[in-house]
Write a protein that binds this ligand. Structure first.
Ligand SMILES: [Zn+2]
Ligand SMILES: [Zn+2]
Length: 420
């Protein structure tokens, strides 16, 4: 074991003592999930722990964001990021600490669940920040835990940046983040380069002319226009993108009309695009615009469709040098069978916004949350796809060893920069 791993180990020596508290924090946050930009209670818990550990704490950054700063002598500045928000999903895990929470979303009451594991991320970061603060002899530099709102709407990282995060904080040398995913609990998946896809959501309004259902000649039928558009959009990936490249175009919503004998005035399509390369992304977005306009014209529409971006997630690209440093730190601490190379996922993250805007290298990795026995069985029978994924109402990471693994990974990676 090298010096760095020893320093990580000395920070983590008290993890077992802290673990029961972290478990109760996790269950508490899990049963009190909050929607994007409403994470007041969760932010309060994070801020309270940072204060108790001796951090300077700034709250309310980008609505509910929390930032801690702990200066501990000369050395690198390391930012650690966790996202805090939950999803409008009705929990179906049956866990004793399951959520019954509801919240207001656009004036409607919706069920809320931590279906993406951000409760685990918050707990990991509380654990890592606490242990590093308690063991300041084992490192030098500045530590900046950042608890971010609204990852699920793609608005949170940008909201913190727009609220002057970069002016209020010293510029870090590296930004580290992690996500719980389907995978054997206790394992860590790393990758240099692209790790999560770029995501673009768009709304397309197509304009027709309403008429009585019995007089189609008097109408410009937006239902037919939209239906043709949806089908043609599916040729982008199959006919315009090379088989060696990857993209997803999903139309998740198509709405028009209210009654069978009324031809409506307009139709609204909502779609989502995932890409792993900026060039491919530009081509897909241009094709969507071209096809939409052409279909409107083919239908004699008098107005061009209105295309509005709904949200946008940048590519998360792991800096090769920084990734090597983090992976070397993992290798010196974790047994080899707990470290995996991972493929890029079509899931998207706004974690990349910090590094991109700040021009700072960042590293993002995955921590497995599936019971190891369940995962091994599913692997053997080829049924991994049946394990409830993030955003599924039955998504339920096992607490152990997922909880301790994420705390260890965060401390070990941070020590890759901070260790004496
Ligand atoms: Zn999510
Ligand atoms: Zn997530």
């Amino acid at each position: 074991m090298n010096q760095e791993a020893q320093q990580a180990q000395s920070v983590l020596a008290q993890l077992n003592t802290l673990l029961p508290h972290l478990e109760s924090v996790y269950k508490d946050i899990h049963s009190h999930p909050e929607l994007s930009m409403q994470e007041h209670r969760t932010a309060g818990i994070a801020a309270e722990h940072l204060r108790a550990a001796g951090y300077e704490v700034t709250t309310g950054v980008g609505t509910t964001g929390v930032v801690g700063v702990l200066r501990n002598g000369d050395g690198p500045i390391v930012m650690l990021r966790a996202d805090m928000d939950a999803l409008p999903v009705r929990e179906a895990t049956g866990l004793p600490y399951a959520s019954n929470a509801t919240a207001d979303q656009d004036g409607k009451s919706v069920p809320v669940m931590h279906a993406c594991g951000h409760d685990m991320h918050v707990t990991w970061l509380i654990g890592a920040a606490t242990l590093l603060a308690q063991n300041r002899d084992a490192w030098r530099g500045t530590l900046m835990p950042v608890f971010q709102p609204a990852e699920e709407t793609g608005a949170g990282a940008q909201a913190m940046i727009d609220d002057g995060l970069f002016k209020r904080l010293p510029k870090p040398h590296v930004i580290l983040g992690q996500h719980v995913m389907v995978g054997s609990s206790g394992t860590i998946g790393t990758r240099s380069g692209v790790i999560t896809s770029a995501g673009d959501s768009l709304q397309i309004r197509m304009f027709g002319r309403g008429a009585h259902g019995s007089m189609p000649q008097a109408s410009i039928d937006p239902v037919v226009m939209a239906a043709a558009t949806v089908l043609r959009l599916q040729t982008i990936v199959s006919r315009e993108i090379a088989p060696t490249e990857a993209a997803v175009v999903t139309v998740g919503s198509l709405q028009a009309g209210t009654k069978e004998n009324v031809i409506p005035d307009e139709a609204v399509i909502k779609l989502n695009v995932r890409t792993f390369d900026e060039g491919v992304r530009q081509r897909v977005l241009a094709a969507i615009k071209r096809i939409t306009n052409a279909e409107a014209e083919a239908s004699r529409a008098s107005r061009k469709p209105e295309i509005t971006p709904l949200d946008r997630y940048p590519l998360v690209k792991n800096d090769p040098e920084a990734t090597k440093r983090a992976v070397d730190a993992f290798r010196s601490y974790f047994p080899a069978d707990r470290l995996k190379d991972t493929q890029p996922t079509a899931a998207s993250e706004d974690f990349g916004s910090f590094g991109t805007e700040w021009q700072v290298p960042s590293v993002f990795w995955f921590v497995g949350g599936t019971d190891p026995e369940t995962y091994a069985k599913a692997e053997e029978s080829g049924t991994i796809a049946d394990i409830p994924t993030n955003h599924n109402p039955r998504f339920a990471p096992v607490i152990h060893p997922t909880l301790e693994t994420g705390v260890e990974a965060m401390v070990v990676a941070a020590q890759g920069w901070l260790a004496e």
